[in-house]
Design a protein around this ligand. Structure first.
Ligand SMILES: C[S@@+](CC[C@H](N)C(=O)[O-])C[C@H]1O[C@@H](n2cnc3c(N)ncnc32)[C@H](O)[C@@H]1O
Length: 441
């Protein structure tokens, strides 16, 4: 789902109208907001009247947080889907004990269990059972809405055309899904892969980080601290969206900027995410100028080029892994790794002086100018390789059947090729003049 500018249409009928009535009845507060259709993002949140935000004068109707900020949305704890509320959400599911067991003792991740509870409730609802959260479940996207945009649902032929930085994240996600599905099957749940994948994507795209001041959360790994949150899960993402906070009574949303006129979409920030991450985890990416965190990871390209000796030295100095570039430059960690690669055996006594120079560069005592040309040579070679791969992928994408998938792959490759071009121009100049000689590709 790309972020095109589209006029919002208030979602005030059908399931969304029923949901907003249900939400207010159960204590969810959103005095100046309504859900709206915002294609291609699906649903989102718009203002119905002016929101003055952090710097404005506080009007009569505002809920004010203890820190004096305007709270524009509030969802109480009792309505969250959390580890604590699991058995209420899916009565008789017996999933709670699986959560309480350690993972190496047959326990499951929060993600796996929430997805199982949701898949189970979908079946029970279809069989005629009631569910306290039914109105909320009814406004979630259905599987067909995920098929075009969530790479997890794509064929291998389609996903193989994604850029390597996107593909690496997708491969990790596929492994995680496979593991969770297998575990849930082993526990005796008989969901089809499609049923479970839909529920798993619902959890993936709609959870908030949730770590209440409760002893059971102290020892939980970060990735297990999660909650699904009615109403606040309607908000779409931007890199400068409103702030979501967990208070002792529930989640709140407060604007970070002043003055939103009526009929304006309000966003929250899901995290400092690159477009590769947004694409794999949430099924959309932002235009480059709207994502200040976009970058292209090259870790999987660079690691295989490092010898064990290089890796040991980089590890000792805290520079092993997390290599990337953005439209401005390669990150400093990449510089550190590529500079070290110029020393074939950095641990040899005979190379101690070269290693000192490298360490001085890391510490900022040496400008690294002597090695600049050799380093750029490698980085430019790397950019050329990625560019070639991108051109081949864009040619192959033309042969795919599904327009939605084509559009997503083309958009990400075009962004990456644009960044390759920008960073190369910054290094060598428009015509290679920055290198003292023409840079010929
Ligand atoms: C928490 S939900 C937000 C509500 C969702 N749009 C809906 O229709 O229910 C997250 C999903 O919204 C969509 N989304 C969020 N932010 C977006 C954005 N800036 N542009 C396009 N789609 C976005 C993605 O599909 C993402 O997986």
């Amino acid at each position: 789902m790309a972020d095109r500018k589209t006029a919002p249409t208030p979602a005030t009928t059908g399931t969304h109208a029923l949901f907003t009535i249900w939400a207010r009845k159960h204590g969810i507060e959103f005095p100046k907001l309504i859900p709206a259709y915002l294609p291609p993002a699906g649903l989102g949140i718009i203002s119905t009247e002016e929101i003055t935000g952090p710097d404005g004068a506080h009007g009569q109707t505002k809920t004010i947080s203890p820190t004096g900020e305007e709270v524009i949305a509030f969802t109480p704890n009792a309505l969250l889907l959390t580890r604590e509320n699991l058995e209420r959400f899916s009565p008789g599911c017996r999933l709670g004990p699986l959560l309480r067991r350690k993972k190496d003792d047959g326990g499951l991740s929060s993600h796996a269990v929430f997805a199982a509870a949701i898949a189970r409730e979908m079946r029970r609802i279809a069989e005629g059972h009631e569910n306290m959260w039914r109105e909320w479940i009814d406004v979630w996207p259905r599987a067909k809405e995920f098929r075009g945009c969530m790479p997890l649902m794509w064929s291998v032929e389609e996903s193989d055309l994604l850029p390597p930085s996107t593909k690496r994240l997708l491969d990790e996600q596929r492994e995680k899904f496979k593991r969770d599905f297998k575990m849930v099957e082993q526990k005796g749940f008989e969901f089809t892969k499609q049923e479970y994948m839909w529920a798993w994507i619902i959890v993936n795209t709609r959870t908030l980080f949730y770590k209440p001041a409760h002893p059971t959360y102290n020892e939980l790994p970060r990735e297990d601290c999660m909650a699904l949150c009615p109403f606040i899960d309607y908000f779409n993402h931007s890199d400068d969206g409103c702030k979501v906070q967990l208070t002792p009574t529930g989640f709140t949303v407060t604007p970070t900027k002043p003055n939103y006129p009526p009929n304006t979409q309000l966003f929250v920030t899901y995290g400092c995410h690159s477009n590769d991450f947004l694409l794999v985890e949430y099924g959309f990416n932002l235009p480059l100028e709207k994502n200040k965190w976009d970058e292209v990871s090259i870790t999987s390209n660079l690691l295989p080029l490092l010898s064990e000796e290089h890796k040991r030295v980089l590890y000792r100095e805290g520079f092993l892994g997390k290599y990337a570039f953005d439209k401005e430059a390669f990150c400093f960690r990449t510089q550190a790794a590529v500079r070290l690669m110029l020393i074939e055996h950095p641990e040899l006594d005979a190379n101690w002086r070269k290693l000192e120079v490298w360490k001085n560069f890391l510490a900022g005592h040496d400008d690294g100018e002597r090695e600049r040309y050799a380093v750029e040579e490698r980085l430019l070679g790397f950019l050329d390789g990625l560019e070639g791969e991108g051109r081949r992928a864009l040619f192959e994408v033309g042969k795919l059947q599904r327009q939605s998938v084509k559009g997503v792959i083309e958009m990400r490759w075009t962004q990456i090729l644009g960044m390759v071009n920008d960073v190369r121009t910054k290094m060598v100049g428009e015509n290679g003049e920055g290198r003292g000689r023409g840079y010929v590709r």
